[in-house]
Design a protein around this ligand. Structure first.
Ligand code: ATP
Length: 516
């Protein structure tokens, strides 16, 4: 099945099974805003817990914060967002569609990369075990020609971005004959800058309302509280502050479901270090964060780093962790070495010292900062797209059936176990209910007695419940039940007394955290 179709099915599945709904749906929706349904909110909370505990629980020198969404407007002046939080936009005059000019160019590069990869795959098939990929990439004329095209676009693109040369960005689009995906034409407007911050008014007009912004990132709340936390927590460098919260960006083009939203949630951690040590810490956090992703077991081949060619003016190193979504490798997390830029700016704009007194050195200085910044919603999309499978099952009569299953890591699954009486009589429902009453303090359980057992299993597979417990007539005799495993569909008979211990071991966050 084409990846595009897989993605469409995934979006439909999220809606059908109570994971994600378009916002304000009865009013035809609100572009790039989504609501999380009964299962979505559980999965989201579990993702946040995995992140929070891996930061705050596992690291003695990282503490949490929950700062307000509204902040003093000068913060956004100091941080550079008022003047420079812009995306280059371009319109197609025929389709009247608006695009991010940089994204048009990146997608064009990705298409050429795809051509190269197809060429490599074909050759691999042809040459079999003897295939030397590196050599093929270096010598095949079609591959090298395409690689040269990519290198040339990248060179011009990075120079244009560094110089904020909007005329050159448009020229790259023209020279590469990039067309509008809707109209198919090259009838483009000039490239313009567009500020992504939402603003609103605080206070009534009579008392002189002032313009404030909805934060476009959570990080600034951490920076302006840096000394509050450091002093009250008696923190010594190196130390980190972690925060989870909403952020808002008026994205030019918001496509691809919850990948790019106008209201979203971030999990950010700012790690304050001694100047001069920041690149070592940057390396360490790169590894730590990649391990965090890979511990979920979605396959290391589905992740890669993308080191930035163009560094933001405040950064001296930056990388993205990219995940292979159904629409290609895309950023889920950014790791940035932000130098002392933010604290210095706040010191200047507020007139308050943002320095740390280093007791060992006996001097005060502004620390440097490594930031790890991940979107909860993008992480959600990563998890759900890695977990979505259509299993083709061969039946005894030779026909086939499709089973839709969300292979969510057990800790992240919204419902940990479903408890089902085989039939709705002979005292089986009462036993099932008693099991739920006992287990509900430890796990999110669901009691289900509607429809045939096969249909009930399918329903649980579709929401990703890792374990189904079935109570049958043998239960009455020997106090045992069957436990059915979602992924293998195998069943095992176990004693009711052992259920808590068995499930606990399998769904515990500890098991996951210990792998880090
Ligand atoms: P992009 O290049 O995709 O716009 P970015 O580089 O601007 O992302 P950052 O400012 O580094 O993103 O934000 C950190 C993280 O926040 C991103 O890695 C992503 O997971 C998340 N994020 C950013 N913008 C959005 C959005 N509009 N919708 C959902 N998540 C987002």
């Amino acid at each position: 099945m084409a990846q595009e179709d897989v993605f469409k099915k995934l979006v439909a599945h999220c809606k059908e099974y109570g994971y994600v709904f378009p916002s304000s749906e009865i009013y035809d929706g609100l572009s790039a805003v989504y609501d999380y349904g009964q299962y979505g909110v559980e999965l989201k909370n579990n993702i946040k817990k995995y992140w929070w505990d891996s930061m705050v629980l596992l690291n003695e020198n990282i503490v949490g914060l929950d700062s307000a969404i509204f902040m003093h407007p000068t913060i956004w002046k100091a941080s550079g967002h008022v003047d420079a939080f812009n995306d280059p936009l371009i319109d197609n005059k025929d389709s009247k569609k608006r695009y991010r000019a940089d994204v048009l160019i990146e997608e064009h590069i990705a298409k050429i990369e795809e051509k190269i990869n197809k060429e490599v795959d074909k050759a691999r098939e042809r040459f079999g075990a003897a295939f030397d990929e590196a050599k093929f990439r270096e010598t095949n004329p079609r591959v090298t020609a395409n690689q040269t095209r990519i290198d040339e676009i990248n060179r011009r693109f990075s120079e244009a971005l560094n110089a904020t040369n909007l005329v050159e960005i448009k020229q790259i689009i023209i020279d590469n004959e990039i067309v509008c995906p809707i109209s198919g034409t090259r009838n483009w407007t000039d490239v313009r800058q567009f500020n992504l911050m939402f603003s609103t008014e605080m206070g009534s007009t009579s008392e002189g309302a002032s313009k404030i912004y909805l934060r476009p990132e959570t990080a600034q709340g951490i920076f302006v509280n840096f000394l509050n936390v450091q002093k009250t927590g008696r923190m010594k460098l190196p130390f980190g502050i972690a925060q989870i919260g909403k952020a808002f960006r008026n994205e030019i083009v918001a496509r691809q479901f919850i990948f790019r939203m106008r209201e979203f949630e971030q999990m950010e951690m700012q790690f304050f270090v001694q100047p001069g040590t920041e690149l070592d810490w940057f390396k360490k956090w790169k590894e730590t964060r990649m391990n965090w992703h890979q511990a979920l077991g979605f396959g290391s081949e589905n992740y890669r780093f993308h080191d930035h060619v163009k560094l933001a003016h405040y950064a001296n190193a930056a990388t993205d962790i990219e995940f292979k979504f159904p629409f290609g490798f895309k950023e889920v997390e950014g790791i940035h070495s932000r130098t002392d830029y933010d604290l210095k700016q706040h010191q200047e704009y507020s007139g308050k010292k943002m320095q740390y007194f280093d007791p060992e050195k006996g001097e005060s200085y502004i620390p440097f900062v490594i930031e790890t910044s991940i979107g909860v919603d993008r992480m959600f999309l990563q998890v759900i797209s890695a977990a979505y499978f259509e299993d083709i099952i061969k039946k005894e009569d030779g026909s086939t059936d499709t089973r839709i299953v969300l292979r969510l890591p057990a800790f992240l699954a919204p419902v940990k176990l479903a408890v089902m009486p085989l039939v709705k009589k002979d005292g089986l429902p009462e036993i099932a209910e008693k099991i739920v009453q006992n287990l509900k303090f430890d796990f999110n359980c669901q009691y289900d007695d509607k429809d045939s057992i096969g249909r009930r299993y399918r329903r649980q597979d579709a929401i990703g419940t890792p374990y189904c417990i079935t109570i049958d007539h043998q239960t009455i005799d020997d106090n045992t039940v069957t436990i059915r495993y979602r992924d293998s569909m195998e069943q095992e008979r176990v004693s009711i007394d052992k259920l808590t211990a068995i499930i606990k071991e399998k769904v515990s966050l500890q098991t996951l955290l210990k792998q880090l």
